[in-house]
Structure formats: structure tokens, C-alpha cells
Design a protein around this ligand. Structure first.
Ligand code: NAD
Length: 474
């Protein structure tokens, strides 16, 4: 059992504190948001994260988990202090370190015993030094000894509890090996590989990991655009690629692009770090550019199908940036809905859990928030799938078609089968689905029926045009 403090009770801090409590440690979580702390003290979970509510209740009842806004109380006897505050993007693209600086200063002003400070927030390379410097400068008790360890977090919202409890790896970076070792002991029960390295490398591992995942998404989205022109189906292309263990099957889902509080922010911050050090991060810039365009492309698809967006009604399914969260930070739905309404459309939106956070992020100008998916589709000229919640996969195409004014679906997450939608009478557009799965055997030498007519014609013409077409020598 260890006495631990966690500063910041957001998606990362609350999951970290609760899971560490569940491992038998005694945790006090500190936050400056008094409303959030009051809720937590009443045992209410302020965020939607599968499995978190039960863990929270269990550990509060077991008196292993407490919440406060008071640093003096929150840091009392803490052997390890996690900093898990937000590090959003500033106007120039750099990470906003205001909250980290404030947390470090508050630690220094209230710490009256030796402790290890763990940087759990995603912070630019060099932040370990910054936190060391701030705490050193503001220490109220000059004899207090402390060490700083970087321990970036890799959990994903929607699966945060499971990710924390079964991490692929734990990364610890510090100039003080003994301090890093003591933090490592905390994670031993998780039986995950523990990598010990220096501060800068640990900080960089987090940025490089997020940049790589974001790159996979932008890469597959670029492939999706090419597939659309070539008559290929990106879902099958991704599946075919994913069998290759060097590529892997994850994060190869074409769609409206990434959102959330991390990928965009972290790629932007990494690009900023590179720029600041005189580099030209071409790939990172392209990743962001492709992602930005992906949102606009969905709106363009709907506008093309309808001729114009003026005066039309569009149903939007999904507001949160991904399923199983109510988080709207940098959610693609925000840009998509704002672009639709700016072009004169009326939007009917639905999300299983992000209705209120969605309303707060998007506003109510030409947008109504519905209580179920069919209500959002009722009277709509087109339906857009923005978030791939499981419940959308189970909607009845017949019922949707019955309630919609026009049977048009733009599936920004490729959750439906094109041929099933076509069979149900919909005009269906996914992302990168230039072709539908084969419907007939092409062994007779004919061009497979999955190819769209223009592509078939082009290929056939090219074959016919070839002047000396003869079998190639092997
Ligand atoms: P969040 O905004 O949900 O939570 C941050 C919390 O910190 C808020 O409750 C805020 O009130 C509190 N806070 C701010 N300043 C404070 C201070 N001085 N003292 C006490 N509390 C303070 O943020 P989050 O999503 O949990 O992210 C936290 C960090 O973890 C970020 O650096 C983020 O990049 C990183 N991260 C996030 C995720 C994710 O999926 N959300 C995953 C991995 C890493």
C-alpha cells in the first residue's frame, strides 16, 4: 500500500487514481475544479468512461480514494505525486503549460516531506527539467528532497480503464534511477513490460507514439481517397494490408479522421517543437492537413448528392469524437455540423451519451438534439454517420428509409455494407468505398462486377487501345 496523490481528475487523472486505488493504494485526487470535486465526493462520476463508475464507488467505499481541492490536505504523506493536468494547444501550436506550471508551483508551496513527482500529462520534451526547476524555485520547505519522473500515459478514452489495467508497456524516464524504480514498483502487479529510460526519451516516446497512430489514420484516409477514384474498397484494402504483421491491422480505419484531445494536439505540439529546433516536419504537417480535409470531404459529399445544402435537413448520428465517451474535444462532428449549417442546412443530431456535451460544444444555431437515432433521421434529406457507436450498426435500414425524406446515407465511418444499403434502396456513400464486395465470380474473364461502370469502361478501353497487346514473356 502506497500513499499517492493525483493532481487533475480528468480522463487520465481520474482513471489513474481510481485504478491505483483498486490495486490497494491509498489515493487522494486534487483538482482546482470545485464542482468536479464536489461531484466526486458525492460518488458521482463526472465523465462517461466504461467501467469507471463501479470502480469509483468500490474504492470510495473502501476508503482508498478521496477527493479534495486543497493541496495541503491532498499532498499529506504522499510518497508519489502524479501530475495529470491538461496540456492543451496554444495559438502557435505549442503545448499550453500553464496548468502544469501552476500544479508544480502548488506542489512546491505545500510539500513538507520528501516525494517523487511523476509527470503523467503529455508534456513537451524538456518538461521534466521545467517541473524540477519550478518546484525547486518555489519550495516552501527548503530541506524537502524530490525527484521528477516522466511516466507518459497511453490509455485511450472509451477503453481507459482496461488500457490502464492492461497496458502494452509502462515508460519511465528519469535522471534518478532509484526514484524511477520506486514508481516502477507501483506498476509491477500489472505485469506489463516496464521501460526505464532518460527524461527526454520518455517524453519523446509519448509524442512519437501518438504521431505514429495519427499518421496511420491519415495514411489510410489518403488511400481511401485514391480507392474512391480507382474503384477499390478501402475496407478490403486495409484488411489485406493488416494481415502483414509489419503493418498490423489497427488504426487503419478510413473515415472522417481523428479527433479528441490528443492526436491533433500532440501532432501539432510535436511539429511546433520540430519547427522551433529548425526542422521542417513535412510528414507531421501532411498528417494534420489530410485530417483537416477529411472533415470537409464528408460535407462536400453530402452537398454533391443533394445539389445544395440550402434549406435541407441533415440527420447526424454521433457527436463524440469516438464511441464510448462523451468527450467533444476536437470532435469531427463540430466542424462537420458547423459547415453544414453555414451552408444553409438544418441539422438533427443524436449521440447516445454526448448529447449535452455536444450541445455545449456545437451550440443550437440550426441544430436540434434528438433523443434517438430514428428521430434524427425523421424528415431528413440525408443521414451522416460521424461516430461509430455500436447502436448505429444495428439500425433498421427499412425503418430509416421509412422516416427519411430522401434515402441518402453518407457513412463517415464505413459501418454499413454498401450492397446492403443499396438493396434497401439507399443512395449510399462511404469513405473510400469505390467498389462493393464481389457479387459474381469473375473467373469467366469478365471485369468483376464490383468495379464501377466508368472504371470498367476505362479499363476495357485501355485494353482495346493497346496496339500490340500480346502475352508478356515470363
Ligand atoms: P482533462 O482536461 O480531462 O483533465 C485535466 C484536469 O486537470 C481538469 O479536471 C482540470 O480542472 C485539472 N487541473 C488543471 N489545472 C490544475 C491544477 N493546477 N491543479 C489541479 N488540477 C488542475 O485532461 P485529460 O484528458 O485527463 O488529459 C490530461 C493529460 O493527459 C494531458 O496532458 C493529455 O494530453 C494527457 N493524455 C490524455 C489522454 C486522453 O485520452 N484524454 C491519454 C493520454 C494522455
Amino acid at each position: 500500500m502506497r500513499m499517492i496523490s493525483v493532481i487533475g481528475t480528468g480522463y487520465v487523472g481520474l482513471v489513474t487514481g481510481t485504478c491505483l486505488a483498486d490495486m490497494g493504494n491509498t489515493i487522494t485526487c486534487i483538482d482546482i475544479d470545485a464542482d468536479k470535486i464536489a461531484k466526486l465526493q458525492r460518488g458521482e462520476c463526472p465523465i462517461y468512461e466504461p467501467g469507471l463508475n463501479d470502480l469509483l464507488t468500490r474504492n470510495i467505499e473502501a476508503e482508498r480514494l478521496a477527493f479534495t481541492t486543497d493541496y495541503a490536505e491532498g499532498l499529506r504523506d504522499a510518497e508519489i505525486i502524479f501530475i495529470a493536468v491538461n496540456t492543451p494547444t496554444t495559438a502557435d501550436g505549442s503545448a499550453d503549460m500553464r496548468f502544469v506550471r501552476a500544479a508544480a508551483q502548488s506542489i512546491a508551496e505545500h510539500l513538507d516531506h520528501d516525494a517523487i513527482i511523476v509527470n503523467k500529462s503529455t508534456m513537451p520534451v524538456g518538461s521534466g527539467d521545467l517541473v524540477t526547476e519550478i518546484i525547486g524555485r518555489h519550495l516552501a520547505h527548503a530541506d524537502v528532497q524530490f525527484a521528477v519522473v516522466a511516466n507518459p500515459e497511453f490509455l485511450a478514452q472509451g477503453t481507459a480503464v482496461a488500457d490502464f489495467q492492461r497496458p502494452d508497456r509502462v515508460v519511465l524516464g528519469s535522471a534518478d534511477r532509484e526514484a524511477a524504480g520506486r514508481v516502477a514498483e507501483l506498476y509491477l502487479p500489472l505485469r506489463a513490460p516496464i521501460m526505464m529510460t532518460d527524461l527526454y526519451t520518455a517524453e519523446m516516446i509519448k509524442y512519437a507514439s501518438n504521431a505514429f497512430l495519427a499518421t496511420k489514420i491519415s495514411f489510410i484516409n489518403e488511400m481511401a481517397r485514391i480507392c474512391e477514384r480507382m474503384g477499390a474498397d478501402i475496407k478490403e484494402v486495409a484488411a489485406g494490408m493488416g494481415y502483414d504483421h509489419r503493418i498490423g491491422k489497427y488504426h487503419l480505419e478510413a473515415g472522417v479522421g481523428f479527433g479528441g484531445s490528443c492526436f491533433g494536439k500532440d501532432v501539432t505540439a510535436l511539429a511546433h517543437m520540430a519547427n522551433e529546433s529548425g526542422l521542417h516536419p513535412q510528414m507531421l504537417n501532411a498528417v494534420l492537413e489530410i485530417n483537416h480535409d477529411q472533415r470537409a470531404a464528408i460535407v462536400e459529399k453530402v452537398a454533391t448528392l443533394l445539389g445544395s445544402l440550402r434549406g435541407v435537413t441533415i440527420g447526424v448520428l454521433g457527436l463524440a469524437f469516438k464511441p464510448n465517451t462523451d468527450d467533444m474535444r476536437d470532435a469531427p462532428a463540430i466542424d462537420i455540423i458547423h459547415a453544414l449549417t453555414a451552408q444553409g442546412a438544418q441539422v438533427q443530431a443524436y449521440d447516445p451519451v454526448a448529447r449535452e456535451t455536444g450541445r455545449a460544444a456545437i451550440g443550437e444555431h440550426h441544430v436540434t438534439y434528438c433523443t434517438d437515432a430514428y428521430a434524427a433521421a425523421t424528415g431528413a434529406d440525408a443521414l451522416i454517420i460521424v461516430t461509430h457507436w455500436n447502436e448505429f450498426k444495428a439500425l433498421s435500414p427499412t425503418k430509416l428509409k421509412d422516416v427519411m425524406r430522401r434515402a441518402i446515407i453518407v457513412d463517415g465511418r464505413n459501418i454499413y455494407a454498401p450492397e446492403a444499403m443499396a438493396k434497401a434502396g439507399f443512395i449510399y456513400r462511404g469513405v473510400g468505398r469505390g467498389g462493393a464486395p464481389l457479387t459474381s465470380d469473375a473467373s469467366d474473364g469478365s471485369v468483376p462486377s464490383r468495379m464501377k461502370p466508368p472504371m470498367q469502361a476505362r479499363l476495357l478501353r485501355r485494353r482495346a487501345d493497346r496496339p500490340h497487346s500480346r502475352p508478356r514473356a515470363r
